[in-house]
Ligand binder design. Structure first.
Ligand SMILES: Cc1ncc(COP(=O)(O)O)c(C=O)c1O
Length: 404
């Protein structure tokens, strides 16, 4: 019997936790500070210092952080907010929550929005642009800020996937009118969830449109801890159990958005986030080394394109594009399946949001670049716990499939 069909060698996005993470968890429980405690202010201070911002508000998720940022930008009913069509759908709900309309822009070669793709969808109703740095890779937010300047359009620097990344040596997250971070699943600092909204202006987040957040609740916080620990941190061993219990995540890209709780971050989550921020440089260095290894091993393959990381990337993951020999040949899906049978749980990338139902968005015509590439993309795992032997094995499977 082939055991790898039961236990993945490399399961999808296992959180990278360290001794300090477990000590922080234990401390929160033993001192009765699961909801409120000293880690919240310590995390806030560390973020303010690391990002060089004046204000940081800790909340339950990156999605909620986006909503707070949009409210601070005075985005209201009927306003338009530009986002990339090629993106995590989590950015849509906060826009709808403030009554605004998400307007989808196409992406450039590096799969991020550009000043050109944004300009093509601006109208006199555009109030804000959300600039996510997908896969840890810095988008050209400076050109987008230049475009917004003088048009009274606000820019939100969405560093949910790029905590630790920099542009010209300055941390991402601090660059727009407001910025956001996330400690949610599949992020560079994959903790117990939580978001932070930051601003370089102390008063920007404290305007009249500020929302009052409820305190986190004990039992959902503990349930979330247990489920992250069991189903994500120990995923290698628990995935087969989850499958047997039919509890494997069945959300597809086309599933409706999941509502987020409007609450303050729990101290337990802050303790975990704090430990992850403290090991961020080694986390990113390990990811960068894996990206480099994939490039060394696969860089000369003809029918494969690397989506390049810019200088300063946080290297969340390495996206590759497979160029099938024949049109209509779903090479990416085939590769995901072959990698899966060899024990590597990898995923394709986003389905462009304008191709999904359930999302109340607007696209002005077709968005050709996103439409052309999305189905051929795969995200190769770069977590620090993926050994170089596994990187080599994954690369050799990619070669085999490309040349078969
Ligand atoms: C670019 C981006 N922004 C915001 C979010 C929302 O973060 P959270 O999952 O913490 O709500 C996500 C989540 O995946 C994201 O990828």
């Amino acid at each position: 019997m082939n055991l790898t069909s039961y236990f993945y060698r490399v399961p999808l996005c296992v959180p990278y936790w360290n001794g300090a993470t477990y000590r922080g968890i234990l401390r929160s429980f033993l001192s009765g500070s699961v909801i409120d405690g000293p880690d919240l202010s310590e995390l806030r201070s560390l973020v303010i210092e690391t990002l060089g911002v004046e204000e940081a508000v800790l909340c339950g998720s990156g999605s909620l952080a986006l909503e707070i940022a949009l409210r601070a930008c005075d985005v209201r009913q009927g306003d338009e907010v530009v986002i990339p069509t090629f993106c995590c759908t989590a950015v849509v709900s906060p826009i709808l929550a403030v009554g605004a309309l998400p307007v989808l822009a196409d992406v450039g070669e590096d799969l991020s929005i550009t000043a050109e793709t944004v300009e093509a969808v601006l109208t006199d109703k555009t109030k804000a642009i959300i600039v996510p740095h997908l896969f840890g890779n810095p988008a050209d937010i400076k050109a987008i800020m230049e475009l917004a300047r003088g048009r009274t359009i606000r820019v939100i620097d969405d560093a949910a996937q790029a905590l630790g990344a920099t542009i010209d040596g300055r941390p991402i997250g601090r660059l727009g009118d407001a910025g956001i971070l996330s400690f949610g699943s599949e992020k560079v600092c994959f903790g117990l969830g939580g978001g932070i909204v930051v601003s370089r202006n102390r008063d920007f987040l404290n305007g009249s449109s500020k929302i009052d957040l409820a305190p986190a609740e004990l039992s959902p916080a503990v349930r979330n801890f247990l489920s992250t620990m069991i189903w994500r941190r120990w995923r290698r061993w628990t995935l087969p159990v989850q499958a047997a219990l039919s509890r494997v995540k069945t959300t597809t890209p086309d599933s409706p958005p999941i509502p987020y709780r409007k609450e303050i971050m729990a101290n337990l989550n802050a303790a975990v986030a704090l430990s992850l921020m403290q090991t961020l440089p080694e986390n990113i260095a390990a990811r960068r080394a894996r990206v480099q290894a994939y490039q060394d091993l696969l860089g000369t393959e003809e029918r494969l394109e690397f989506i390049p990381h810019r200088t300063g990337s946080a290297y969340l993951t390495q996206v590759i594009r497979l160029l099938p020999k024949h049109r209509g040949n779903d090479l990416a899906a085939h590769l995901i399946q072959v990698l899966g049978s060899a024990g590597y749980e990898v995923q394709g990338s986003y389905v462009p949001i304008h191709l999904l139902s359930h999302y109340e968005t607007r696209a002005h015509g077709c968005l050709p670049r996103a439409e052309r590439v999305w189905a051929d993309l795969i995200e190769l795992p770069c977590e620090p716990e993926v050994s170089f032997d596994h990187v080599e094995r994954i690369a050799s499977i990619v070669k085999q499939v490309l040349n078969s």
